[in-house]
Design a protein around this ligand. Structure first.
Ligand SMILES: C[S@@+](CC[C@H](N)C(=O)[O-])C[C@H]1O[C@@H](n2cnc3c(N)ncnc32)[C@H](O)[C@@H]1O
Length: 368
């Protein structure tokens, strides 16, 4: 049996090494030392996806090593997962191994948990899920006290709900978020809080001296994770996002947090660039008067591919750019053009995935 353990004694040194590599990689653009946001050394991952590996009629959790896709290694401990995930994992596995209906053709198990203590377990099968499976899964759901979701090809069986409810304490206020299974959510809850607090501090205070005043545009807003707590720093906010599920969650999250100066529209960053340049009209913007905004700041937290060329050129027109990135490689590419017009005023490292090469960064760019 293989374990998934990390050496927490090494963590401070590993983070220092990561910071050093980052400083070196960005030295062409800034000589600022990155502000460091460490992760809790264990139990930091709120979501995880395991392969289910069957051996001698017994199901096990397993994972592939990076780059290897033949035989996964079996996991019986996952200390990087949240405590709640660690409590649920053996219970789910025992129930699966006690029930032919739950075990047969199960190939993946996903855990989505929250800092607030909520959880959702998704079981994914290579078989059609029928009523007898539903009955068995309902029994497991009652036993666990958390919802189970069944998935199979072209099938999604929601027994109770397909989302979790997160609560994040940010600068003395609690924000609530509906996080829907399968849509983007930040994997490390404490790092997510650090990112939001850092972004709020980089927005300035809206006290009339020009730093946080004016309006905010966000281009990849997900479920409103960053936009909602940032909205209080601005007069008006417009947020856009490509995923329908995330836009719907963002709309619910805006209402549940009683935010009244923030609109969300389903537009890709490419479409928004066309809209603001009036290249073509969008019915989805029928209720929004783009000319009524006085954008001082643009916030981007794009996927690994970074900003496409047109979006990058469009954001360069804004006085302040807050750029959170999960891929320094593409952020560095974008900096080649952004630093022609902007200088870097803040530089942060969020250790989203400790003990890995993965680095998440935050930059505040201000027009020269
Ligand atoms: C790294 S996530 C950030 C989400 C959000 N800022 C958060 O903190 O949860 C990137 C988001 O960009 C969205 N996305 C991907 N491609 C996009 C595009 N071309 N235009 C707009 N949004 C896009 C994804 O659906 C995802 O929600």
């Amino acid at each position: 049996m293989a374990l998934y353990r990390v050496n927490t004694d090494d963590y401070p040194q590993q983070l220092q090494n990561k910071a050093e590599r980052l400083r070196e990689a960005y030295s062409k653009f800034t000589d600022l030392e990155p502000e460091l946001f460490p992760s809790p050394p264990i139990h930091y991952r709120l979501r995880a996806e395991f392969k289910v590996w069957h051996e001698g009629g017994v199901a096990n959790y397993a994972m592939y090593r990076q780059g290897e896709h033949k035989k996964p290694f079996i996991i019986d401990e996952f200390t990087v997962g949240s405590e709640l995930m660690n409590q649920l994992m053996p219970k789910v596995l025992a129930a699966v191994n006690n029930s032919e209906l739950l075990r047969k053709r199960l190939f993946s198990a996903e855990f989505l948990t929250t800092l607030s203590g909520d959880a959702l377990i998704t079981l994914i099968y290579h078989k059609k899920l029928d009523e007898s499976w539903e009955q068995e899964a309902k029994t497991l759901q009652e036993q666990l006290g958390f919802p189970i979701l069944g998935r199979s090809r072209k099938q999604k069986v929601v027994l109770e709900r397909d989302f979790v409810n997160e609560k994040l304490d940010i600068d003395g206020k609690t924000y609530q978020y509906k996080q829907v299974e399968g849509s983007f959510t930040q994997p490390n809850g404490e790092i997510c809080r650090s990112m939001i607090q850092w972004a709020r501090s980089a927005c300035g205070d809206g006290d009339g001296d020009g730093d946080g005043d004016g309006d905010l545009l966000e281009l990849y807003c997900g479920n409103g994770n960053l936009t909602i707590p940032l909205s209080e720093k601005f007069r008006k906010v417009l947020a856009t996002e490509i995923s329908k599920v995330s836009v719907n969650s963002a709309q619910e999250n805006i209402a549940n947090n009683q935010i009244t100066n923030l609109d969300v529209v389903r537009l890709s960053s490419e479409e928004f660039t066309q809209a603001i340049d009036k290249v073509r009209p969008f019915r989805r913007l029928a209720d929004i008067d783009l000319d009524s905004y006085n954008f001082s700041t643009v916030l981007v937290d794009p996927p690994r591919a970074g900003l496409d060329e047109d979006t990058c050129a469009m954001v360069a027109r804004f006085p302040r750019i807050l750029y959170i990135s999960c891929n320094p490689e593409t952020q560095l590419e974008n900096l080649e053009s952004l630093t022609k017009t902007h200088r870097i005023e803040r530089f942060a490292l969020f250790d989203q995935f400790p003990y890995t090469e993965h680095t998440e960064t935050g930059l505040l760019l201000v027009k020269k």
